[in-house]
Structure formats: C-alpha cells, structure tokens
Design a protein around this ligand. Structure first.
Ligand SMILES: C[S@@+](CC[C@H](N)C(=O)[O-])C[C@H]1O[C@@H](n2cnc3c(N)ncnc32)[C@H](O)[C@@H]1O
Length: 265
C-alpha cells in the first residue's frame, strides 16, 4: 500500500488525513509528509504506517494515544488517555506567557490544569531560572506530567490541587492555564470521546471553570501579576462580559480568539 492509499484509508475517519500522516511521520521517524512526498518511503516506514493507520481506522483512537506520544513546541511528550492531547493552538498560549514573563521578569509562574505538563515544562525549558509550579486535580494526569518532566529533565514542582485552593495570597507573577472550556451544547469533535471528560468540559456554558479560576487568581497573584488563559473562541464574548475586567484577547492562526490576558490591577 502506498502513501496515496494510506491517505485514502485514513480519510474514512479523519477530517485531515494529511496532517495525521505528517504527525505519525514526525513522531515515529523524525520525518514529515513533505519529506515523504519528495524522497518516498522505505518498506519499513510503509509497513509501520499501515499498521498505525489500520488501528486508527478500526478503533477510531487518535494517533497520539495509539503511539503514546504527541508533539508540542517541537518537543515530544508522552501521552495516554488520562490527559488531553496537546493542541497546536496552545502554543500561542505558551508563546504569550513567555513574552510576558520576560517583559515583567517573572520569578514564579503557576500552570493550572497541567495535564501532560506541556505548558509548565515548555516554560521551564525556555526560562530555566524561573520557578515553575503546575497543578492538576487528576492524579493520573499528574503521573503523566511527572514522567514528561523526567524525560525532558525539567525542574517543575507538581502539586495535586483543586484549582487554586492550595495557594496563599501574593504567590505568583503569572497564572497560566488551558482550562476545560467546552460547553454542554458545543459542536462535537470526534476526538473528545477518547479524552478525559474532566479535561474538556468547563460547565454548562463552558466558561464556568474559567470564571472561577479568574476570581480565585485575583488575590493569589502579586500586584501587576497576570492571568493568561486559553479561551473557547465560541463563548469568549460571554465570558469576558461576566468577568468585567480590563483584558486583551489574542487570535490564533485561524483568526479565532484564543488567548485572554488580564493584568491584575
Ligand atoms: C484542557 S486540559 C489542559 C491540559 C494541558 N494543560 C494542555 O494544555 O494540554 C485541562 C486540565 O485541567 C484539569 N482540571 C480539571 N478540573 C480541575 C480542577 N478543579 N483543578 C485543577 N485542574 C483541573 C484536567 O484534569 C486537565 O488536565
């Protein structure tokens, strides 16, 4: 079976077969779809791709869970069904956080709902002198995050905690989060049936979790500290209306509102 047939087979379950083959090639062979189109694939590569595509089509499971790994910020992270699959949009959140952290010379940053640890670990890799803390309410997710921190040799402090309940006042310069923000009536994404409910759903409207997080962050942040969070582009207008705080919103590469930044006054 050649690349063309594999793409065809994958299109039975995937809205974007090219992107998925590209992901498999990157994760398994440090290659890419462009490279495969130019130089072709070896028999070994085709054989492996066939096996993965077959499992993907028959089980419906996302390739990242099949392979047990995912890419974020050009690094490979271990993932399993206890954590959300890292999304490329979240790189914009990490990028904005890095930019602000450098600007204000942040000393202590907290990542709430760390999941596989992608945000906290990326921040630690890019800002080795900053103290990075990361929480999750899910013990299973924290195990994945720990494993990734060990694999990438990143000194992050992980704490099992319900939102911000275990921290005192004036603790952080930045609180960053990619919170669960899907609402009960939001359009269904096929992947979601394999990902943890707790990582996805943020309440009936979707932004209840985020609202609570912003409120809890107010006194945990130092003066002139920042909350930087990923938002659901489809309910962000209602969300910002209910927080009623001065903020900025940044768009993703599809022109969708994706990152909310609030400076603590
Ligand atoms: C959308 S996922 C984000 C995971 C990861 N940060 C990422 O960007 O891929 C949200 C995370 O929040 C965690 N979570 C849900 N409720 C929580 C709570 N009350 N306190 C802390 N973390 C929570 C979930 O377990 C999940 O790992």
């Amino acid at each position: 079976m050649g690349l063309k047939n594999l793409l065809e087979e994958l299109s039975r379950v995937s809205p974007n077969p090219e992107a998925e083959i590209d992901t498999i090639l990157k994760l398994e062979f440090s290659s890419s779809l462009v490279q495969a189109k130019v130089s072709g694939l070896s028999e070994h590569e085709i054989g492996k791709l066939e096996k993965i595509v077959h499992e993907r089509v028959s089980s419906g499971r996302p390739v990242q869970y099949i392979l047990g790994k995912a890419i974020f910020w050009e690094r490979i992270f271990y993932v399993n069904e206890s954590v959300l699959i890292p999304r490329v949009e979240t790189e914009i959140l990490a990028e904005k956080t890095l930019e602000i952290a450098k600007e204000i010379r942040a000393r202590r940053i907290l990542d709430v709902g760390t999941g596989s640890g992608i945000i906290a670990i990326t921040l630690k890799e890019e800002l080795p002198d900053v103290k990075i803390f990361a929480t999750d309410v899910s013990e299973k997710a924290l195990r994945v995050a720990h494993r990734n921190a060990q694999l990438l040799n990143a000194g992050v402090t992980f704490i099992q905690c319900d939102m911000l309940s275990c921290f005192g006042e004036n603790t952080f310069d930045i609180i960053v989060s990619n919170p669960p923000y899907v609402g009960e009536s939001d359009p269904f994404e096929e992947y979601r049936k394999f990902e943890p409910h707790i990582a996805l759903y943020g309440g009936e409207k979707g932004y209840e979790f985020s609202l609570k997080l912003v409120r809890q962050a107010q006194n945990r942040l130092k003066k002139r500290g920042y909350v930087i969070m990923e938002v659901n582009p489809f309910n962000v207008e209602y969300f910002v209306e209910s927080i009623n705080l001065k903020h900025k919103i940044y768009k993703d590469f599809n022109g969708l509102k994706r990152v909310l930044v609030i400076e603590n006054g």
